[in-house]
Design a protein around this ligand. Structure first.
Ligand code: THU
Length: 160
């Protein structure tokens, strides 16, 4: 028997002001779209903004449903939209923010497992890393240089 140890790496920005201007602009777009989320059941709004290599920005927010599992996370709304509208563009970066109606979210909110798997598909497809920035409503922003840092041992087409 032997062990495998996996380590990961994230960068931490103290607040929006500390972000490079272009990233701050992307996060501000994520904040704007977050406010339009349809989240009457969880009361937890999420916004995602994706920057493509053609300069376009694609936005998404979580869309809930009375049949709960039929809803979709903001990250997947945005990434599927990007894939549908700009199938040949590469994703450069993604900014994610979440806020609850009921309490102020101060911790950076990472994408859920299903969203990580979905983002992984596009990173494999384009064979270039996607930078991922995520935050709560206020406070620190975490940055991952690649989806791989958030999802070690991801499943991909090579296993099929
Ligand atoms: N949600 C997202 O939009 N992204 C995530 O990565 C985590 C969760 C949404 C789904 C649901 O509408 C609400 O947040 C509560 O789980």
């Amino acid at each position: 028997m032997k062990n495998i140890t996996v380590s990961t790496h994230l960068s931490v920005y103290e607040n929006l002001q500390e972000l490079p201007e272009s990233v701050r602009d992307l996060m501000e777009q994520a904040i704007s779209i977050r406010k339009k989320a349809y989240a009457p059941y969880s009361k937890f709004r999420v916004g995602a903004a994706i920057l493509l290599d053609n300069g376009k920005v694609v936005l998404g927010s979580n869309q809930e449903n009375a049949a709960y599992p039929s809803g979709l996370c903001a990250e997947r709304v945005a990434i599927f939209k990007a894939g549908a509208i700009y199938p040949d563009a590469k994703i450069v970066s993604m900014a994610i923010t979440a806020a609850s109606y009921t309490n102020q979210t101060t911790a950076p909110i990472p994408p859920c497992g299903a969203c990580r798997q979905s983002i992984a598909e596009y990173e494999f497809k384009q064979d270039e890393s996607i930078e991922i920035y995520f935050m709560g409503e206020i406070g620190m922003i975490y940055k991952s240089d690649s989806l791989k840092n958030l999802l070690p041992f991801s499943f991909d087409k090579n296993f099929l």
